[in-house]
Design a protein around this ligand. Structure first.
Ligand code: BES
Ligand code: ZN
Ligand code: ZN
Length: 504
């Protein structure tokens, strides 16, 4: 898709459709309001009459398509609702863009122009432009990877961002490229998650990582089970024991600068989580093909970090395996020894994410991580607490936690802080080993986080639990059903922030 920014008035720019927005109080953001007023002048008060007739209400993501019959340069005007003015947030801009793109694609419009929604409302024009680009490309994603019939067009041909702001024009190009690379990374993570577990095996994931590393100039290393044995990765190997698919541990390195700082991203990569011997209920188990969403997000973010050539050292550590059952599978009651030397008594084999992460985190520290962020579809408990509306954020480092919340805001991903009180550890005390892998039904999201904490030493660390936010349950006007690619945007914005010299 061709994406360009153009300074000017949108009603004078040729397009099959031009996108503007309106609030529920029937007023619009300044930029949009002046377009609506001017258009009303040309079209004899048409928009006002549609508002009066109740056809345009301005409800969130409401769409009204107006044909202009040659009286304006754009053949159509699409008015998208932004909802209540007092509820306005950058997320609404992304969703308005996604809603418009999906709606117009359905109508066969290929050349689209859009205002920089929200640019007159405290959002810098460049930020708005990036949000519209990301919202559009993420909105257009479709999960029909394996449909064999004729496919609908997936893309638009052209997106023109039009505004009268002084910064709109060729100087926005780097921002548009950043937006495009971010969205491509988000959609890559969604593709990886959409691939079923019979295709996206640990080996296939590692192969894909190799291809991406080669294309983006990342150093890659793939550890095999023999290496894991040598490193004493008893957590990862125990989970892998029930599967015919060999486990892999992928590391990717982006090292453009000569200092010792090393942001390390760790992603849970369970290519299918059946629960193991502690089998999950059958209902919805197919979604557990996306239990590698953390791994996918880390790989995709890393790909974007390299493509954007961010001047920051970043390492990705991605443990990959399946959690299945067989005569060789690990069992409740087993005791295993992790790379860090700590032993864990298994209470349920379904709490496998924390076992593979224990080893991956210890490996990250051994590799010289100075900041660690892990992303994982870790606990149903977090999903129950926050639903699909926010990911859980756990951290013992205030600066890193604040930076992540801010990065999430920029990326359109909500993070909500949950506690890591040391007392959670008491729930996991074991009679036979250093700890149990679960501490009971209550507070499991925090229990799991505190268990992970044991394996990162004193490094600044944050854990993002994306159970529930990793999967969109039902197609929305701005987003297809299925994997969301959550985490990619946040990690990327964090890396962008850390690569600016003034940041701590
Ligand atoms: N992958 C699941 C967590 C999950 C649940 C992710 C729902 C996405 C949606 C994890 O491995 C798991 O099974 N956790 C168990 C732990 C429990 C047995 C202590 C859970 O949360 O039920
Ligand atoms: Zn599980
Ligand atoms: Zn899992």
């Amino acid at each position: 898709m061709e994406i360009r920014a153009l300074q000017g008035e949108i009603e004078q720019v040729q397009a099959e459709a031009a996108v503007v927005t309106i609030f529920e109080d029937k007023t619009a953001p300044p930029e949009s309001q002046s377009v609506l007023d001017r258009v009303d002048g040309v079209l004899g008060g048409l928009i006002q009459s549609l508002i009066q007739a109740g056809e345009i209400k301005g409800k969130v993501n409401e769409t009204t398509l107006i044909h202009t019959f040659g009286r304006l340069a754009p053949a159509r005007l699409l008015v998208v609702g932004l909802g209540k003015r007092e509820e306005f947030s950058p997320l609404r801009v992304r969703r308005a863009a996604g809603t418009a793109a999906r709606f117009l694609r359905r109508r066969g419009c290929r050349k689209v122009s859009s205002l920089l929604h929200g640019a007159g409302l405290d959002i810098p024009a460049a930020e708005s432009a990036r949000m519209v680009v990301e919202g559009t490309l993420v909105g257009l994603y479709s999960p029909d990877l394996h449909k064999t019939g004729e496919r609908q067009p997936r893309d638009l041909e052209q997106l023109l961002l039009v505004g009268t702001q002084p910064e709109v024009g060729a100087s926005l190009e780097p921002v548009l490229t950043a937006g495009q690379m971010t969205a491509e990374a988000v959609n890559l993570a969604r593709d990886l998650g959409n691939e079923p577990a019979n295709i996206m095996t640990p080996a296939a994931f590692a192969q894909k990582a190799k291809e991406l590393a080669e294309s983006a100039g990342l150093q890659i290393q793939v550890l095999e089970e023999a290496d894991m044995q040598r490193l004493d990765m008893g957590g990862l190997l125990a989970v892998a024991s029930g599967s015919e698919q060999p486990a892999k541990l992928v590391t990717l390195l982006h090292k453009p600068v000569e200092d010792t700082s090393l942001l390390t991203l760790v992603g849970k990569g369970i290519t299918f989580d059946s629960g193991g011997i502690s089998l999950k209920p059958r209902e919805g188990m197919e979604k557990m093909k996306n239990d590698m969403a953390g791994a996918a997000a880390v790989l995709a973010a890393m790909w974007a970090i390299a493509r954007m050539e961010l001047p920051l050292n970043v390492l990705a550590v991605i443990p990959l395996t399946e959690n299945l059952l067989s005569g060789k599978a690990f069992r409740p009651g087993d005791v295993l020894r992790t790379m860090a030397g700590k032993t864990i008594e298994i209470i349920t084999t379904d709490a496998e994410g924390r076992l593979v992460l224990a080893d991956a985190l210890a490996y990250a520290v051994q590799q010289g991580a100075t900041h660690v962020v892990d992303v994982a579809t870790l606990t149903g408990s977090c999903a129950v607490a926050l639903g699909g509306l926010a990911s859980g954020l756990f951290s013992t480092d205030e600066d890193l936690a604040d930076a992540l919340v801010e990065a999430g805001e920029l990326a359109g991903e909500r993070l909500w802080r949950l506690p890591t009180y040391p007392e959670y550890k008491e729930t996991m005390e074991s009679k036979v080993a250093d700890m149990k892998n679960v501490g009971g039904r209550y507070g499991d999201a925090s229990n799991a986080a505190v268990l992970l904490r044991e394996f990162v030493g004193d490094k600044p660390w944050a854990h993002i639990d994306i159970a529930a936010t990793d999967w969109n349950e039902k197609t929305k006007s701005y987003l297809a059903e299925g994997p969301t690619g959550v985490g990619v945007g946040t990690m990327l914005r964090l890396a962008e922030r850390m690569s600016r010299p003034e940041s701590p």
